[in-house]
Design a protein around this ligand. Structure first.
Ligand code: 3NM
Length: 221
C-alpha cells in the first residue's frame, strides 16, 4: 500500500482515470498500461452499471489492475466496495452520496487508506470532510454518457462554489471532461480531472492520457 500525505494526494488528483470493464472494448489491463504510459496519476476501479462483472471475474480483474498500478507506483482506488478494496489491498475507496456512509467507510478502512467522496454542493462537501474524506469528486462538469444516474450538470462553477465556501481539501472534477475543457475545470479551483470515456474510450489511450497531463500541467505554470 502507498502511504500518501496530503500533498501527494493532491498531486495524485491531476489525471485521475476511472474505468471498469464496461468502459472499453479492449482488455482493461492493456488500457490501464497505456494510460499509465501516457501520464495518468491515479486509477479508480469502477465496475458498476450495465454489463459490470460480478463474483470471481470482478475480483480477478481488480487484482490484475491493482498489480499494474503497484508496478508503476500509481494509487489504486476502488469505487463503492469496501470489502473488495480491503481484499486487494487498495490504496483507497471512493463513495458517492448514495453509497455507504463515508464515516463508516473511514472507520472500516482506517487512516492509512485514502477516502474519496462525491459531492455536489458545499453542504455535501462539508459533511464529507467532517466524515473524513481526503478528497472530493465534484460533477458532472459537463454532460456525460458514462453514468446513467448523474446529477444535473454543475459545470466548473460547481468547483468554484466549493472553493468560495472555504473547502480546501483536494478536489477532482468529473463528468464529460476532455483535454480541451481541462483548463476551465482547473481554473475553477480543481486539483485535477477525473475521466472515463475520453481516455478509456480513446482510439489512442496513451496519447489521450498525455493530452490530459499536458493540459493539467499547462495550468500549473
Ligand atoms: N461520476 P466521463 S460523472 C463516474 O458527476 C462519474 O459524480 C460523475 O465519465 C459525477 O468522463 C461520471 O466518460 C462519469 O464523462 C464520468
Amino acid at each position: 500500500m502507498l502511504h500518501l500525505d496530503a500533498e501527494a494526494i493532491r498531486r495524485a488528483m491531476q489525471v485521475y482515470l476511472v474505468m471498469g470493464s464496461m468502459n472499453t472494448t479492449r482488455d482493461p489491463v492493456e488500457v490501464l498500461r497505456q494510460a499509465i504510459a501516457g501520464g495518468i496519476t491515479l486509477f479508480q476501479f469502477r465496475e458498476k452499471g450495465t454489463g459490470a462483472l460480478v463474483g470471481e471475474a470482478r475480483i480477478t480483474l481488480a487484482m490484475r489492475l491493482r498489480e499494474v498500478c503497484s508496478q508503476h507506483g500509481i494509487p489504486f482506488i476502488v469505487n463503492d466496495d469496501v470489502e473488495l478494496a480491503v481484499a486487494v489491498e487498495a490504496d483507497g475507496v471512493h463513495v458517492g452520496q448514495d453509497d455507504a456512509d463515508a464515516a463508516l467507510v473511514r472507520a472500516r478502512i482506517g487512516e492509512a487508506r485514502m477516502l474519496g467522496v462525491s459531492a455536489h454542493s458545499a453542504l455535501e462537501a462539508r459533511r464529507a470532510v467532517q466524515a473524513g474524506a481526503d478528497y472530493l469528486g465534484v460533477g458532472p462538469m459537463y454532460p456525460t454518457r458514462s453514468k446513467a444516474d448523474a446529477h444535473a450538470v454543475l459545470g466548473p462553477a460547481g468547483v468554484a462554489e466549493l472553493r468560495a465556501a472555504g473547502i480546501a481539501v483536494p478536489v477532482v472534477g468529473i463528468g464529460g471532461i476532455t483535454p480541451d475543457t481541462t483548463a476551465a475545470v482547473m481554473a475553477a479551483g480543481a486539483d485535477g480531472v477525473a475521466v472515463i470515456s475520453a481516455i478509456a474510450g480513446a482510439a489512442d489511450v496513451r496519447t489521450a492520457a498525455a493530452q490530459f497531463a499536458a493540459a493539467v500541467r499547462g495550468m500549473q505554470a
